[in-house]
Design a protein around this ligand. Structure first.
Ligand code: HEC
Ligand code: HEC
Ligand code: HEC
Ligand code: HEC
Length: 94
């Protein structure tokens, strides 16, 4: 079942936002993928560091991501436990 879910997660089109990021990632690697021993930190520094370990930092991601290098964290735009469009906050600043 785990293997099936993993394949499914990897095949989903990235634009669909079909499921919360936390769900797709828990299927892949469990709560520990992002939380230190499964427990959320208060400042999310640990969680943001895990994103960078797997995906690279904002500069490495390039494009629009790189425009925010040094000024934002992954979790500023990606709300992981909700079905959330990461584009929805742009107008707050631009
Ligand atoms: C992709 C990384 C990731 C995974 C996997 C993940 N979380 Fe989280 N979690 C976060 C982040 C980031 C936050 C901060 C709030 C947010 O972005 O939703 C958070 C917040 C939380 C919170 C605080 C309450 C809340 O919802 O805001 C709890 C409790 C929690 N996670 C538990 C879990 C459990 C239990 C699992 C496994 C079933 C899990 N998380 C899997 C990244 C993750
Ligand atoms: C253990 C490695 C790992 C960690 C930690 C991780 N990711 Fe991922 N993430 C992946 C893989 C693998 C995929 C699926 C293939 C791809 O897009 O690279 C993925 C997919 C995604 C996607 C595409 C949509 C989806 O849900 O599949 C987003 C957005 C994303 N990750 C954001 C984050 C954020 C934000 C964090 C930190 C809170 C994070 N990831 C932490 C490995 C990871
Ligand atoms: C300024 C807001 C913002 C920040 C900060 C941000 N993202 Fe994103 N991210 C987005 C948006 C918006 C998308 C969706 C792109 C689309 O599909 O149109 C996205 C998509 C992604 C994807 C899916 C694949 C891709 O490149 O399109 C991954 C993985 C991802 N982000 C990882 C991260 C990680 C890791 C961080 C922190 C280092 C991060 N993001 C920080 C807004 C942001
Ligand atoms: C928290 C505030 C904030 C949010 C939310 C935000 N940005 Fe930005 N963005 C900035 C800042 C600050 C810069 C640095 C350049 C500047 O001063 O405008 C920037 C730079 C950029 C640039 C480089 C061109 C320029 O205007 O300088 C683009 C393109 C961009 N953002 C698009 C987006 C998109 C798309 C989103 C939503 C996914 C988004 N931003 C969300 C604050 C934000």
């Amino acid at each position: 079942m785990k293997k099936f879910l993993m394949t499914l997660a990897l095949c989903l089109p990235l634009s669909a936002w079909a499921a919360p990021i936390a769900d797709t990632h828990t299927d892949m690697a469990g709560c520990d993928a992002c939380h230190d021993q499964g427990v959320p930190s208060e400042d999310l520094a640990y969680e943001n560091e895990t994103c960078i370990q797997c995906h690279g930092d904002l500069a490495a991601l390039g494009g629009m991501h790189a425009d925010h290098a040094g000024i934002m964290e992954c979790t500023d735009c990606h709300i992981t436990h909700e079905e959330h469009d990461a584009n929805s906050g742009c107008a707050n600043c631009h």
